[in-house]
Design a protein around this ligand. Structure first.
Ligand code: PMP
Length: 418
């Protein structure tokens, strides 16, 4: 995607009206006006088939999975494991046992830190993270670094919010064990060249974990093509429910890793006399009763995305972003943060003489939901000399007309606070 500011909006590549009809929440009115929901990078809305999956489960086959011999347990297990296969296809993983269900991206990263990290990182080792990371791909590594004594090194960004690949190459040493980087930045929308970064990491003998929370909803992800060692995403950003996410890991890596949480489901045998033995992957990493309904509903969300086509969704969001960029740049004193040539549907900006929080609160009064704050990326915002931005982020169901409503509301609000 090039020259975002000047690209003219064109005919939708999606049947957006039909898509909108799938989302009951989009007919809500907020303060008497139609909801314009532009906080999709935080949480996307859910289509009817995802909502219906909860009714079907609790009303029809609610039961604990894997151990039961009765019909309901069989049905619940089949539906739960069905999502594993859908998620495998969604990421193009080789095998469904490479898919682990977690509470979300955050828990997926904590799992890798606590299992792979504790087993593989030694004092004096190095882990590379980027300046663009969400706190969930920084703090678990900081916590572990304090405990183990390895060093966290930061891949720098340029003034557009693009990672400096030359600097990245130079950060490697013989002690570099892991690169932890997002595929798409939630704060700026930068799409990172994770395939190239993986090749560089592997050439230097390091592993790579990709935080795909912001990529999975917007672009095709092929973990084999990327050659990612680990890849994580969250259900609630990909039209699915909260409380569920996916960690992909290469089978041989997952097999070599110790369990993280202990409990039911993750064992083979438990004894006080001999050593407890653990289940095979993926169950080794799924201790306790999982979020069964949420996992099943996540499967419906991924099928919904597949039905529309994630490439078409990403393309449409690119058009919305281009139109929004062009509209807001007309506003005097507005500065966009994150101007990478390759950007996902995220528009982050600050306005001279207007606090982001005031803008967020006032624009809500006009029915428009955007996010304001540090977006869990304080090191990135600090680097750009701000502690908050306003962020509008797009999804398949947003329209060009909504972008106009947003831009007009923004102009009005800025006029009020300046
Ligand atoms: N990484 C990125 C890039 C994100 O945008 C988010 C959510 N804002 C997360 C990680 C954390 O996801 P979750 O809260 O679903 O665990």
């Amino acid at each position: 995607m090039t020259d975002l500011a000047t690209r003219a909006p064109v005919t939708p590549t999606l049947d957006v009206a039909a898509i909108r009809a799938d989302f009951p929440i989009l007919s809500r009115r907020i303060h008497g006006r139609p909801l314009v929901y532009l906080d999709n990078a935080a949480t996307s809305q859910t289509p009817s088939r995802v909502i219906a999956a909860f009714d079907a489960y609790y009303g029809g086959y609610n039961a604990n999975i894997h151990r039961g011999l009765h019909t309901l347990a069989d049905e619940a297990t089949a539906a739960f494991e069905g999502t594993r296969e859908v998620a495998r296809g969604f990421l193009n993983a080789k095998e469904s046992r490479e898919i682990i269900f977690t509470r979300g991206t955050t828990e997926a990263i904590n799992l890798v830190a606590n299992s792979w990290g504790r087993a593989n990182l030694k004092p004096g080792d190095e882990v590379l993270v980027s300046r663009l990371e969400h706190h969930s791909n920084i703090v678990p590594w900081q916590m572990l670094a304090t405990e183990i004594g390895f060093t966290l090194k930061v891949i720098p960004v340029d003034e557009r919010g693009v990672l400096d690949l030359d600097a990245y190459r130079e950060l490697f040493s013989e002690r570099t064990r892991l690169v932890a980087v997002n595929h798409v930045s939630n704060a700026f929308g930068t799409v990172n060249p994770v395939k190239a970064m993986a090749a560089i990491a592997h050439a230097r003998g390091a592993r790579i974990l990709v935080d795909g929370a912001q990529a999975a909803p917007h672009q095709r992800v092929d973990v084999q093509d990327l050659d990612a060692d680990f890849y994580a995403f969250s259900g609630h950003k990909v039209y699915g429910p909260t409380g569920v996410g996916v960690l992909y890991g290469k089978a041989e890596l997952l097999e070599s890793m110790p369990p993280w949480q202990g409990g039911g489901e993750m064992i083979a045998t438990v004894s006080f006399e001999t050593a407890t033995t653990f289940a095979e992957i993926p169950h080794k990493f799924e201790a306790g009763t999982p979020a069964i309904a949420e996992v099943i509903a996540l499967g419906e969300a991924l099928k919904w995305v597949n039905g529309i086509g994630v490439d078409a969704i990403g393309d449409w969001e690119g058009r919305l972003l281009a139109h929004a960029t062009e509209r807001v740049l007309r506003i005097d004193g507005l500065r966009i943060l994150g101007t990478a040539p390759d950007k996902a549907g995220v528009l982050s900006f600050v306005v001279d003489g207007a606090h982001s929080q005031d803008i967020g609160l006032l624009i809500d009064q006009l029915g428009v939901a955007i996010r304001t704050g540090h977006h869990c990326a304080q090191p990135l915002l600090a680097h750009f000399g701000v502690d908050a931005t306003c962020r509008a982020s797009f999804a398949a169901y947003n329209t060009l007309e909504e972008v106009d409503v947003f831009a007009e509301a923004l102009e009005r609000v800025i006029g009020m606070v300046r």
